[in-house]
Design a protein around this ligand. Structure first.
Ligand SMILES: NC(=O)c1ccc[n+]([C@@H]2O[C@H](COP(=O)([O-])OP(=O)(O)OC[C@H]3O[C@@H](n4cnc5c(N)ncnc54)[C@H](OP(=O)(O)O)[C@@H]3O)[C@@H](O)[C@H]2O)c1
Length: 325
């Protein structure tokens, strides 16, 4: 595994981290196998784990607590998120921060996450949604200052809404945010335009999330793909999006180098960008962990400039819609 500096925090973070939503929110997983997959990731050098209170109302945080307890000799970094008080993903455009992240809510959910994770200090606490119009208000800043002063949180971040990578730039100007989590993958390349240059200049760490576009960029979906009732992927991959997505994935398949899978190519594309600090694929299967962690052991020259420019041509700019939460 190779490691990168995590922005101005200067932590050494594995290039491939671990996304922990699926294990407490998606259908089709098995907890025993997930725990073995997490152990395998640690064995292969992964040291960054992204969870959220909202992933099973603390269930995913509890799974991470158990992992940390099973590996006391390792420095594993825990990143979690404060849910919006009004449970709206994405946030309602003209909502007020008092409805979403009032001071008491930020403090209360930090306490809950501390308990769930069974740690004294959370390495990274992120706002699970954001509207930049909230940035000029004061209470969220006071909450950050209090929680840092009390030693309960080491750093704060924003997980920006899907397909809105610049909807956080005013918050970044406050210098209170050390990390941005953003969707960045072969389709969703727009963070390269403004967000990445800004973060590079200000040494703000970037967590690249949803590297496989929720699974399509693994090549595993087809026109009949459906999941158990309540699984978010039924909404995201509704008819409109699924058909468009499958056509684009089909075009990508011819670009996959002989020794790689499409999933590995997807990770390699993301890690090719020097501003990315870590990429966090969601994984519950050991075989997926093994395949993905390998990508963190390669050097960036693994992708030819021809492949890279062909992948860049597959950029897909999208705007948020009712199904894109
Ligand atoms: N608003 C937010 O803050 C937000 C929103 C979305 C996601 N996230 C974070 O980002 C993480 C990653 O996103 P995601 O989990 O939504 O989607 P993703 O990483 O794009 O895709 C996950 C899917 O890919 C499969 N997969 C992983 N590696 C594979 C491989 N090598 N070959 C074939 N299939 C593979 C997984 O299967 P198995 O699970 O069966 O192994 C899972 O079905 C989340 O877990 C979460 O931590 C944050």
């Amino acid at each position: 595994m190779q490691y990168r500096k995590f922005g101005r925090l200067n932590w050494n973070i594995s290039e491939v981290g671990y996304g922990m939503w699926g294990m407490a929110g998606w259908s089709g997983g098995d907890l025993k196998e997930t725990e073995m997959a997490l152990d395998k990731a640690v064995e292969l050098g992964c040291n960054f784990f992204d969870t959220a209170w909202a992933y099973g109302a603390g269930k995913s945080e509890n799974i991470l607590a158990d992992l940390i307890r099973r590996h006391p000799e390792k420095r594993l970094y825990a990143a979690t998120k404060i849910p919006p008080k009004n449970h709206q993903w994405p946030p309602i455009k003209d909502s007020k921060i008092e409805e979403v992240f009032p001071f008491d809510h930020i403090v209360q959910f930090t306490e809950k996450s501390l308990q769930n994770l069974k740690v004294d200090t959370i390495d990274l606490m992120q706002f699970h949604v954001w509207e930049d119009s909230w940035s000029s208000t004061d209470d969220w800043k006071k909450a950050i200052e209090k929680l840092k002063k009390e030693g309960k949180v080491r750093s704060f971040g924003i997980s920006v809404n899907r397909w809105e990578p610049v909807n956080c730039l005013k918050a970044l100007e406050t210098q209170l945010i050390d990390v941005v989590q953003v969707i960045y993958n072969i389709f969703d390349q727009s963070p390269e335009d403004e967000l990445f240059p800004y973060c590079e200049k200000e040494k703000i760490a970037i967590i690249a999330r949803v590297p496989f576009d929720e699974g399509s960029l693994t090549g595993a979906l087809d026109i009949n793909s459906k999941w158990d009732e309540g699984d978010f992927r039924n909404v995201y991959f509704g008819k409109e999006n699924l058909i468009n997505t499958l056509e684009r994935v089909e075009r990508l398949k011819s670009l996959v180098p002989a020794e790689m899978s499409l999933a590995q190519l997807a990770l390699r594309f993301i890690l090719n960008h020097p501003t990315v600090s870590t990429v966090i694929p969601g994984m519950r299967k050991i075989r997926n962990v093994e395949n993905n962690m390998k990508m963190g052991a390669l050097v960036n020259s693994e992708l030819s400039s021809q492949t890279l420019s062909q992948l860049k041509a597959n950029r897909w700019d999208r705007v948020p819609t009712s199904w894109s939460c």
